[in-house]
Ligand binder design. Sequence first.
Ligand SMILES: *Cc1c(COP(=O)(O)O)cnc(C)c1O
Length: 461
Amino acid sequence: MDILYRSTRGGESGVTASRAVIKGLCDDGGLFVPESFPRLNISLDRLPELSYRETAYEVMKEFLTDYTKEELLYCINSAYDEKFDDEEIAPLVKKGDMYFLELFHGRTIAFKDMALSILPYLLTTALKKNNVDKEVVILTATSGDTGKAALAGFADVPGTRIIVFYPKGGVSRIQELQMVTEKGKNTKVVGVKGNFDDCQSGVKAIFNDEELKAELNSEGFCFSSANSINIGRLIPQVSYYVYAYGRMVKGGHIKAGDKLDFTVPTGNFGNILAAFYAKQMGLPIGKLICASNENKVLYDFFNTGDYDRNREFILTTSPSMDILISSNLERLIYFIGGCDPKKNADLMRSLEKNGRYEIDDKMKEGLKDFYGAYAGEDEVFETIDSIYKETGYVIDTHTAVAAAADRKYKAGAHDENRSVIISTASPYKFTRNVMRAIGKENDETDDFKLVDELSAISYRM
Ligand SMILES: *Cc1c(COP(=O)(O)O)cnc(C)c1O
């Protein structure tokens, strides 16, 4: 069955997957969603036999139906290779009575590598399939993490160039060095005098400059974006959950068919939405525990049905989750509203105009697959420390938000299911806060030295 894509706001429909990957965003400002959900076409008993790459193929072939088998295998095999420092690509580890799916074994040691490794291949393949005879220029504004992952993903990929804009002085020293030392021949990094919003508005202005677009076009180039709302980033993420399920069965922790919960540290709602899509495919998922930091818009939303971004923006130690507008939530809103583009467009207009919207009781029913939880800064630090003391395993601040949320959910004894905590960054990426949490920070020591010190005291890696 062919899966086609349509806009959450009603503009476009009947769009092939490869076209949706090229476009990224719909013309009406909506997001591309599948017109129907495919089923997983492999029995749960067989999942444990599959490698990460094989699992990714099983998932992606159902969603990206206009890509041929050869094309998908080329994309998957090019993306998930030795640039990951673990053969498993996304290893599942058990620590104490907790399970962690480690998504940080790529080049920038955080989970955005997983999807940004494959997007360049899906995109260049899509251009070829659709006879778009242009070199694609990716423009990306970053507040730190996405920039390096996008640079690493697109570096030296034929037919692409990438320019990243970051706020000069607004990212950490390690993040800046990660970006400016990028060696790819088709990459450029620009430090902007201003903040992240200035970078973002600048990029948008370039995208909307028709004259520039025409000039580029005549020279054989076109613009595209590596933004997280592209289905070329969303769909590959569905594989994490199917793979984790297979590993849980393989390890004897669950039986094929048992329900499994997932706890996901959430910002833009992309990763957890992918889990929801896995559930729609027929994977036996129980609850999806949506973990927020102190910017707990989503926690409030799941508890009240009121999405309200009118509040103070808090800078936390899990910066990749410091977000007040979770763009991918629109895809869930569209779905629980009965796939009604008008209803969705009205709510999104309200969000743009008033910074909030409220869903009706019928839509609230649709949230039953989710459980919203959040962790304050003290809880994040306490969680890193106690897991380290109990197991010797060191987790980063983002993963700690999820681990704390997971504990809260279990303390409420909501169900008997096993749960997997999604681990989105290596502790080595946020070393200072991790070392502070376990009481080993030394103010005198620079960040690079701290990395060595962390390495000496943690049992693994
Ligand atoms: C981006 C990011 C998240 C949040 O993921 P979303 O898909 O935006 O919800 C969590 N942790 C880390 C380390 C990230 O980089």
